[in-house]
Write a protein that binds this ligand. Sequence first.
Ligand code: KIV
Length: 267
Amino acid sequence: MAPRKVTIAELHRLHREAQPIVALSLYDAVTAGFADESGTHIILIGDSVGMTMLGYADTIGVTLEQSLHHTAAVARGTKYAMVVGDMPFLTYNVNVAEAMHNAGRFMQEAGAEAVKVEGGRNIAPTVARMVEAGIPVMGHIGLLPQRVKVQGRYRIHGREAGEAQSLMTDATALVEAGAFSIVLEGMPAELAKQITDSVPVPTIGIGAGVHCSGQIQVSHDLLGLLEAYLPKHARRYAELASEVRDAFAAYARDVTNHDFPGADEST
Ligand code: KIV
């Protein structure tokens, strides 16, 4: 079948038919085109852009303007996948009016087809207002990178019964607010299964085991671009860091030795 634009209806069909949903977090038009060719269903312009592209230690420093800039680039490079803009720290939880305005910018200025926000029942009233206004929203519960300064570190959530129950309540609140899908990050596989079995929308896991309706990974982890660290949940499908390093070293050597440009590369 010829590729078709991925819509919420298509994601829900895949979910109903128990076909895994493929999602990637990436940040530029070129890799967006490659992901699109691969049949990836959802491209998230994650606020992980802070660490992968912008040199920050975490996601906290990422601004709305930076996210809009990268989202617009991805939207230009994507034909089929659903483009989801990740709303950065403090752009959706100060007040509802600001959240609506900022989410609107993702849709109108950057070409996003949906936005993602971190949080559960605390953010549900904002999610409901966005959905009511025509903005599709993806939820995100479990390990929430935007709370790292409060929590002090990244850790698995929901190991203990009270926290697991609280995550279940968060998932239900997001569904009731109209979220079309929920990212489950950093939680035991069994809890992710229970949430997945109890909500009517697809769950997209990262570090949440095999039972989610789909999986999302950060493209730089899969591509081996960040050599220093590979999260436990990630698998390297390429070793681009060493290829890029070798290529730059070879180019520098050739220029230094007057081997580049050669006769064929000169006019
Ligand atoms: O920022 C990001 O890339 C994300 C995904 C990993 C879910 O939030």
